[in-house]
Design a protein around this ligand. Structure first.
Ligand SMILES: Nc1ncnc2c1ncn2[C@@H]1O[C@H](COP(=O)(O)OP(=O)(O)O)[C@@H](O)[C@H]1O
Ligand SMILES: [Mg+2]
Length: 160
């Protein structure tokens, strides 16, 4: 298994306040379902509009990757776990049991894509990394990929 971590938020250990797990078939219709579920889950933590937009965008990129890339040779499920940790740290894990990523360093390079149809921008990992406080990706060829997205939600008292 190969992995990389960007940002320190994924390394934080904190008690879990709330958690959901859902399993979705990797169908394009489920990209919006995943976003909506995550948005509803985080609503309890009262995120700002910007935080919510960032989270939805990052989740959308990770889920789309499962739909477009992970199961190109067939079908499968996406396993999504969302956790709200103490002090409003949100961690979302998106896992597939698809083809895996042979070179993570190359995959996360801006504009790198294996999409031959020219429909993908190659900016998915760049978007996830810029909209989150921490991203961890681990992958094994032939076994699948797990992307963890972590975001610190601002404390209500510091809100302007
Ligand atoms: N879940 C996944 N399973 C297999 N390959 C993936 C997965 N996610 C990303 N990849 C690989 O990493 C590349 C870069 O991903 P990304 O930055 O999202 O760009 P894009 O999806 O536009 O190609 C993809 O083209 C694909 O080869
Ligand atoms: Mg992508």
């Amino acid at each position: 298994m190969a992995s990389y971590t960007v940002g320190d938020a994924c390394r934080t250990r904190r008690p879990v306040i709330n958690e959901i797990r859902i399993r979705l078939p990797a169908l394009s219709a489920n990209e919006s379902v995943a976003r909506a579920v995550v948005a509803a889950f985080c609503a309890a933590a009262d995120p700002t509009a910007t935080e919510l937009a960032d989270i939805k965008c990052a989740v959308s990129e990770a889920v789309t990757n499962c739909i477009v890339h992970a199961y190109r040779e067939g079908t499968g499920d996406i396993l999504l776990t969302a956790r709200l940790l103490q002090d409003r740290l949100l961690c979302i894990e998106i896992r597939d049991r698809g083809c895996g990523i042979p070179d993570l360093g190359q995959a996360r390079e801006p504009l790198y894509t294996t999409d031959a149809a020219g429909e993908r921008s190659g900016m998915g990992f760049t978007v996830m990394e810029s909209f989150c406080d921490g991203v961890r990706v681990s992958s094994t060829v032939g076994k699948g990929t797990t992307v963890t997205l972590c975001k610190r939600l601002r404390g209500r008292s510091t809100r302007t």
